[in-house]
Ligand binder design. Structure first.
Ligand SMILES: Cc1ncc(COP(=O)(O)O)c(C=O)c1O
Length: 410
């Protein structure tokens, strides 16, 4: 039975008490036992990329995507072929890419990870050959990405503090130098987090390897001009179906040696992806494939499109703030969408856009988190409807203050 929590909260399975009572977990800015009480001065939180905009779609498919798992189901470490990969799930994933047309998967190995997060680092390890003993001339592979970029690339590379690879910052610094200074590993995120641009590699040459992060290369976030066909491509279930908490992602790898190094890392690091997560992925992705991927993307695209249009409309009256421009792409029926708004504060004195927004009760993510100027801030458009509605209200308030010269602007 679905408990409504006034439409502003959720009652989860693990929220059931021993006495069978269900507790509502309320959306931000809502409270009370049934989540019906709105806190008027509460800040609109557009910080994180929690993809709850897809929750209503799964609520409409609650019965067909319910997973009931008894205590004895698949308790062992591995599947019957001794691998950590469900062959049925692999089939479904390959079919999904064929139906959507966003990736050519043939002739490529597949790997599963705890979210695409685990695979990002596995990819660096796979692409950076190990430091040979006693070779003092060996230099670690330089890991780079072009700003603004997803900060986890740097964080992960730094935390490993490896002899084999080292974070070397923004790709543009290395543009014309890549041939001279050893191996490079470039992250290319397409569409990009935070600005939604379809990116291409910047570095070229025999010593450059590329990791394509396609977490957002799905029709609800971008036009799909051609199926991706790169040597190392990473996908995330979180941004495809919205099931971020299942921590499931996959990678396609062309080169056998790279695949083997990645596979060995994943096995040492976690003994493979959780079979419970794989079961959840199997059930939801099977439904998406059976439906020829129509319903999910229609719902997702419509939602993202409406949000992007509403935000653009509200900000079109502003001289103080501007949004990124998304190039119209390839097919005329497709109108631009993006998972995140990349907002620029245009006034000279507004060099900390996060602070400007925070004063107006909007929580954004600072430009410097993405190695960009703090004149920029990211607003997440993929959260739940309450979060988006409140964000739009607050932006509207902020913009209308510009139009009233007598009023103090925040
Ligand atoms: C560009 C990019 N890559 C990867 C990830 C990680 O996703 P996952 O939930 O699959 O670990 C994110 C999450 O926000 C992301 O923005």
């Amino acid at each position: 039975m679905m408990i409504r929590c006034s439409g502003h909260g959720r009652a989860y399975l693990d929220g059931l008490s021993m006495r069978g009572e269900v507790a509502c977990i309320c959306n931000s800015c809502y409270g009370g036992q049934d989540c019906s009480v709105f806190t008027p001065n509460c800040a609109a939180d557009a910080d994180d990329g929690n993809p709850l905009f897809l929750e209503p779609y799964w609520m409409n498919h609650a019965a067909t995507t319910a997973v009931v798992v008894s205590g004895w189901n698949r308790m062992g470490y591995a599947y019957e072929d001794d691998s950590n990969i469900s062959k049925e799930l692999e089939k479904i994933i390959r079919q999904l890419h064929a139906v959507v047309g966003n990736a050519n998967t043939s002739g490529k190995y597949i790997l599963f990870g705890a979210g695409s997060t685990q695979l990002l680092n596995a990819a660096i390890i796979g692409l950076s050959p190990p430091h040979p003993d006693r070779d003092h001339s060996f230099s670690p592979a330089s890991v780079v990405a072009s700003a603004p970029f997803y900060q986890v690339y740097k964080q992960q590379t730094d935390i490993y503090n490896s002899l084999n690879f080292k974070w070397q910052g923004d790709t543009s610094t290395w543009k014309n130098k890549s041939d001279q200074v050893g191996n490079f590993i470039e992250f290319v995120t397409s569409p990009n987090n935070p600005d939604g641009q379809l990116k291409e590699p910047i570095l070229k040459g025999p010593y450059v390897k590329t990791i394509y992060d396609y977490a957002y290369y799905w029709p609800h976030f971008t036009a799909i001009p051609t199926p991706a066909d790169s040597d190392l491509m990473i996908f995330a279930m979180s941004k495809l179906t919205g099931h971020a908490g299942s921590r499931f992602g996959w990678a396609f790898v062309k080169d056998e040696a790279v695949y083997k190094r990645m596979s060995s890392y994943l096995s040492i690091n976690s003994i493979g992806a959780s079979q419970d997560a794989q079961l959840r992925a199997f059930v939801v992705l099977r439904m998406v494939v059976k439906d020829k991927a129509k319903g999910l993307f229609e719902f997702g695209y419509k939602t993202m499109r409406e949000r992007w249009e509403m935000l653009n409309k509200t900000l079109s009256k502003s001289k103080r703030f501007s949004l990124q421009k998304l190039e119209p792409r390839y097919c005329s029926f497709f109108k631009e969408v993006t998972a995140y708004a990349w907002l620029k504060c245009e006034r000279e004195e507004d060099h900390d856009c996060y602070a400007v927004l925070r004063a107006a009760r909007i929580i954004s993510r600072k430009g410097s988190v993405f190695s960009a100027e703090d004149r920029y801030a990211r607003l997440s458009l993929i959260k739940n409807q309450d979060d988006f509605d409140l964000l739009l209200d607050r932006i509207d308030e902020l913009v209308s203050q510009e139009e009233q010269p007598g009023l103090k602007t925040i």
